[in-house]
Design a binder for this molecule. Structure first.
Ligand SMILES: [Zn+2]
Length: 452
């Protein structure tokens, strides 16, 4: 993050700027990130693969095989972690009945679908914010309706579930003002059934979800001739503007040129900044689309309901190792096996999730009523806002970028609730985020033109 250069001629406008504004790392997050263990991730993946298949339609009565045994095992691990959380972490399997009528083409019988959910309750009763990390427990063979044959599903998506479990293990030893939910959903391959159920429930019950990090296929060792550095890069997929943004909202976005500043895109930008602050040798590559061609993911049911949700996926996917029966064909090994995984890469991608969840859950809530003064024609920018409703606020960062820049370029601290800048509001995008004593930032809020 570049320090702001203040031309001498404008210095009079900077009286309220804190010259100490360097971006600090929170030592507690540095510590948590260091606690993420490659061995622990590897053992989760190995255990998940050991259930033979985790197809959503597979057996729920066999103690050792199938989706039922797998979800009970994840619940058992969560309950183990809960013991050392002093009551902050609680876990259960959230079940719902799916029928061929409600589940669609990929459900041929009545099943009980279960999402394994662990909730790390926030310590501030007034802080209702919820941050979610998700991975999918279920998997598939070449034929998604085959619920009997072996399907290891190591990378798709034991990798994501392992990241969810490891974040829960490390974070449940700490406390946060806001709530974090760790979830291993089912029914992804059958049509995003588990996350659709959860997102629908969240919407109905008015959960204040501010971010969903969906982890799906994030630990493969798929270096190829085109990208040798793929295990130093990870992709974050985000939608620009939601299709829900219609009517007045759409007019505002068009008038202000905010098509690159929807909720999910804003979250992706945040994830890039925080991940690259805390995780060494990992570059976050933002992809400006909701998902890949021909594929879907568990962030989408949230996006469709207006929540900020992104998909985290490895840089290079190997399609011989996804949705494939384990077999040799023309000397090529097919199948999603643990031997095709890079657990050091999975560790980094897990750290990336953890530092974002922790930074968000420790941050004060977002500043309120962020306004930009537009009632007079000037070549300046005058921003104002109201304090965050919850959390210990040290101050606020004003973010600034060129209208063509993918990321925020400047970050300016103030302990005030306004900032006057010697730059034209016509030529830049601005946003405001609150920040705690430890340096934990809220998600940014874009200003609304004052007087509207
Ligand atoms: Zn998947």
């Amino acid at each position: 993050m570049k320090k702001l250069f203040v031309p001498a001629v404008f210095i009079f406008l900077w009286y309220n700027l804190n010259a100490q504004s360097s971006i600090q790392k929170d030592p507690q997050i540095v510590k948590m990130v260091a606690e993420v263990s490659k061995d622990s991730l590897q053992s989760y993946v190995k255990n998940l693969v050991s259930f033979g298949t985790r197809n959503t339609l597979s057996t729920q009565s066999d103690p050792k095989r199938g989706i039922g045994a797998a979800r009970n095992w994840v619940l058992g691990r969560f309950n183990e972690m809960a013991k050392s959380s002093e009551g902050r972490l609680t876990a259960f399997i959230d079940t719902t009945t799916i029928t061929p009528r409600t589940g669609g083409r990929r459900v041929d019988r009545i099943i009980v679908l279960g999402n394994v959910m662990a909730t790390l309750k926030g310590t501030d009763a007034n802080d209702k914010r919820v941050f979610i990390i998700s991975g999918h427990l279920d998997n598939m063979r070449t034929n998604v309706m085959d619920s009997v044959g072996d399907a290891p599903g190591a990378n798709d998506d034991a990798s994501g579930v392992a990241a969810v479990m490891e974040c829960a293990r490390v974070m449940s030893k700490y406390s946060f003002p806001a709530t974090v939910i760790f979830v291993a959903v089912s029914g992804e391959e059958q049509g995003l059934l588990g996350s659709d159920y959860m997102a629908g429930k969240a919407k109905k019950e008015n959960w204040e979800i501010e971010a969903v990090l969906n982890n799906d296929i994030m630990g493969g060792n798929n270096q190829n001739e085109n990208n040798k550095a793929s295990n130093n890069q990870v992709r974050v997929f985000s939608e620009g503007l939601s299709l829900l943004d219609t009517g007045r909202a759409a007019i505002t976005f068009r008038n202000l040129g905010l098509e690159n500043d929807g909720k999910a895109r804003q979250l992706a930008r945040y994830v890039k900044e925080i991940s690259e602050r805390y995780v060494k040798k990992l570059k976050v590559v933002m992809v400006y689309r909701n998902d890949r061609f021909l594929r879907g993911g568990d962030h989408t049911p949230y996006v469709q309901r207006g929540f900020a949700a992104v998909r985290i996926t490895e840089m290079n996917e190997n399609y011989a190792h996804q949705h494939q029966d384990v077999r040799m064909e023309n000397n090529i090994q097919y199948g999603d096996l643990p031997e095709f995984m890079d657990f050091e890469y999975l560790r980094k991608n897990t750290c990336m999730n953890l530092c974002n969840l922790a930074n968000l859950a420790k941050s004060p809530s977002m500043p309120l009523e962020v306004r930009v003064e537009t009632r007079r024609l000037t070549n300046y920018t005058n921003l104002s806002w109201k304090p965050s409703a919850t959390g210990k606020v040290k101050g606020y960062y004003v973010l600034m970028r060129e209208t063509t820049s993918p990321v925020w370029e400047k970050k300016m601290f103030t302990s005030d609730t306004k900032m006057d800048l010697p730059f034209s509001k016509d030529n830049y995008f601005f946003a405001v985020q609150s920040v705690s004593e430890e340096g934990n930032e809220s998600l940014p809020v874009l200003p609304v033109p004052a007087g509207r």
